[in-house]
Design a protein around this ligand. Structure first.
Ligand code: 9MJ
Length: 743
């Protein structure tokens, strides 16, 4: 094969080139000649990149920043383009050897078994007893188990011959699977070539095995899944319902270049067959074998451990269950394996699964149920949220009968109709979510004569009848009624009394409903005109201990307390007052920021968009919303009335002025993304922290600003979607300079 230099020579020889073109080609030649194109340098680069990759994926100990890895990778690509060096284990071989997947049927040499499932501790106890009986373990003794999280992806068998990955086959029916070698090679956690660890622990491999059939799970991390779906939404590509479907869809791509773009990873968990290299032997326990795999560069799950007896296994199940939501990958239970390989061999297999292992599963997190109706709720800022009413179902241990549908786009994306059978998912503390429609069920119902109805988004507010509008690119539909709308009025008053706002103890939903319903209160200012006598006779709905609703009168004692609590709210700190006004985009941290920049409400009301934008973390969306809020006649009238009635928030303490001078970014949260030219992430973080800011890893509504360097990805997109201020590296340098940071 010709090298790049040969190609350039032939272009120069065969064509009538202009002087400029000849000059450019000479320059390109010079650049390549300047590089070290020696075989040794090439091999060194491959080894270095593989070492970095191993440290990252297997040892969880990155040695260099991603940029440095990328730089070396590009150098390797350049050298390969200029030479005919193409080693089989070079990371550039992961995609691009031109092979498409054949998906040819491949018979597993040793069947790729699944596991028997159990769900209850009684079944675990029975499993433990079976192991004791079958393996003739004394009741005095406790059997040893290798306990592993049960990864929720796809099982795969990887065949290494003399340390080189030669085949990757899916489980299929357990006897025969599909050849997905080209796709598996694109997964960076799967080594193309096994290598020995420098460390020489007792269970670690001493030689590269002649043959290895290692089984494990290909899966997608939750981060990767979310980022992928965000990207897919932008391009109108198919969105996956969960990481498992995403992993399955990605591994079954015809073109490995497509698989290479998907954030897949891999953990090894079982050796199907192995012929160790000279001088080595296989460890005699499951745990030891996993360590042996790890020492060859195959990643294993870090939570794997050895436990004794039923109690040990039950402890592991609970320990993993407690961590489940905070892991960055989905698991659906735990796997308990008798640790001794000799005992495993004695017990053998049934037709479907090993006798020496069980999958002890968590309660299912996904269920099917029926969509009965969709209601539309109006929020404090007028946003209309569709809420699905469901036939009650137990998901992940909780009874679910309704679930938010977020917005009209979500309904469209899911293609929902009333009467549909839907899939509902609830992962731990996460809010339940409809992830899809079971279309076969719809077809069945329609064949039986049922008509499923379309969901129609209302054009008028269900609470006040005002027009419903959607502004610009906003996904939300809003009621335009403002405080004319009783729903918005009620919620605005509740918000005003909230703990983070003016903290009016005793002013909850039921009382606010009555006050608004009886027209005693229509704006927050009216709260200060309420008398003890008015409140004492107020009746409201109350839920007693048995859950029955009864009507109750507030009574004099509580009325007296409530009036006192309302009066006490007049002098709360200024930042809480700003938050209490319920300005869209102004959460507690923005309110604090405003209160440290504007001493009184009059100052704040007079602020221009430019003045607000001069505050480091206030972006254009928040600035415009604030100005619009105070320009609204109704809001000005309410604030004037509050002042008349004696509402006089405390300015923020003067100490904060001093604090502010030293730590001017106190109360602000920054997110760093992409790569900065002048600073490492650590340096930028330290600079921000020195000025009192917090630095977080993820963007949320609470983020004050995102500092975006080159090649910033999903965090930047999220910040833009949420209207959060984005600072370039130059803006960041200016911000530092403004606060006296010497760079
Ligand atoms: C999963 N899915 O995490 C096994 N598995 O071992 C673990 N599956 C398994 N082990 C033998 N951790 C057959 C299946």
């Amino acid at each position: 094969m010709s090298t790049l230099i040969d190609l350039i020579e032939s272009i120069s020889d065969d064509n009538d080139l202009t002087r400029e073109q000849v000059h450019d080609l000479e320059e390109i030649k010079k650049t390549y000649r300047a590089q070290d194109l020696s075989r040794e340098h090439y091999r060194e680069l491959v080894d270095t990149l593989n070492r970095y990759s191993r440290a990252y994926y297997i040892e969880d100990n990155p040695l260099v920043p991603d940029d440095e890895y990328d730089r070396l990778y590009r150098e390797l690509q350049d050298i390969e383009a200029a030479t005919d060096f193409k080693d089989a284990d070079a990371p550039t071989r992961r995609v691009g050897d031109g092979l498409l997947n054949t998906f040819a049927a491949v018979k597993h040499q040793v069947p790729l078994m699944s596991l028997d499932d159990i769900f209850h501790k009684e079944e675990l106890e029975a499993f433990n007893q079976r192991m004791h009986l079958a393996a003739k373990i004394d009741d005095e003794e406790e059997a040893e188990y290798c306990c592993e999280p049960k990864l929720d992806g796809l099982a795969i068998s990887l065949i290494y011959e003399q340390g080189i990955l030669v085949r990757a086959v899916t489980r299929g029916d357990g006897t025969t699977g599909e050849d997905v070698t080209a796709n598996a090679k694109t997964i960076k956690a799967i080594p193309l070539k096994l290598s020995l660890s420098a460390d020489k622990s007792s269970d670690w491999a001493k030689a590269i095995p002649d043959y290895l059939d290692v089984r494990g799970e290909v899966f997608m991390t939750r981060d990767g899944f979310e980022q992928w779906n965000e990207e897919a939404k932008k391009h109108n590509w198919r969105v996956f319902a969960n990481p498992r479907n995403a992993a399955a869809g990605s591994l079954r791509q015809q073109d490995p270049k497509v698989t290479a773009t998907r954030p897949l990873t891999f953990n090894a968990y079982y050796i199907g067959a192995a012929t160790p290299g000279a001088g080595d032997s296989l460890p005699d326990t499951q745990y030891g074998r996993l360590q042996w795999c790890k020492s060859l560069g195959l990643p294993i799950n870090p939570l794997v451990c050895v436990k004794r007896g039923f109690t040990g296994m039950q402890e592991f199940y609970q320990y993993i269950g407690a961590q489940r939501n905070s892991l960055n990958y989905d698991i659906d239970g735990t796997v308990m394996k008798l640790n001794s390989i000799a005992l495993q061999e004695e017990l053998g297999f049934t037709a479907k699964a090993p006798r020496w292992a069980v999958a002890y599963k968590f309660p299912p997190q996904e269920e099917m149920t029926e969509l009965l109706a969709v209601d539309f709720q109006v929020g404090r800022t007028g946003v209309i949220t569709p809420v699905a009413r469901l036939k009650p179902v137990c998901v992940g241990g909780a009874n679910i009968s309704n679930c938010t549908l977020h917005n009209a786009d979500e309904i469209k994306r899911l293609g929902l109709k009333i009467g549909d059978t839907i899939i509902i998912r609830r992962a731990g503390d996460v809010i339940p979510q409809i992830t899809g429609v079971v279309l076969e069920e719809r077809t069945k119902k329609e064949a039986q004569g049922a008509t499923l109805t379309e969901i129609v988004f209302p054009t008028t507010c269900p609470e006040c009848g005002s027009k419903v509008e959607r502004e610009g690119s906003d996904v939300a539909y809003r009621c335009t009624g403002g405080l004319v709308c009783p729903a918005q009025r009620r919620l605005a008053i509740e918000h005003y009394a909230e703990r983070n706002a003016l903290d009016i103890d005793g002013l909850g939903t039921a009382i606010v409903d009555e006050l608004v319903g009886h027209k005693l209160v229509s704006t927050v200012a009216d709260l200060y005109t309420l008398t003890e006598a008015q409140l004492a006779t107020l009746t409201f709905e109350h839920e007693d201990d048995s859950g029955k609703l009864t009507r109750r009168t507030l009574g004099e004692t509580i009325a007296k307390k409530l009036v006192a609590n309302i009066a006490a709210s007049k002098t709360r700190p200024f930042n809480r007052f700003i938050y209490a006004l319920g300005i869209r985009e102004v959460g507690t941290s923005t309110a604090k920021l405003l209160a440290t920049h504007f001493k009184t409400i009059d100052d704040l009301m007079a602020a221009t968009t430019e003045q607000l934008l001069a505050i480091p973390t206030i972006g254009p969306v928040a600035a415009t919303t604030i100005v619009d809020f105070f320009a609204e006649e109704h809001n000005r009238a309410v604030i004037a009335r509050l002042k008349e009635l004696g509402v006089a928030p405390e300015p923020l303490e003067q100490v904060s002025e001093m604090n502010l001078a030293q730590k001017p970014l106190i109360g602000q949260t920054y997110v760093l993304t992409g790569s900065l030219e002048r600073f490492t992430r650590e340096q930028a973080k330290e600079l921000l922290e020195q000025l009192g800011a917090k630095v977080s890893g993820s963007v949320s509504k609470k983020t004050s600003a995102v500092v975006a360097g080159a090649a910033a990805g999903s965090k930047l997109t999220k910040a833009q979607e949420l209207g959060i201020k984005v600072l370039s590296e130059e803006d960041f340098v200016n911000l530092m300079a403004e606060h006296g940071q010497q760079l």
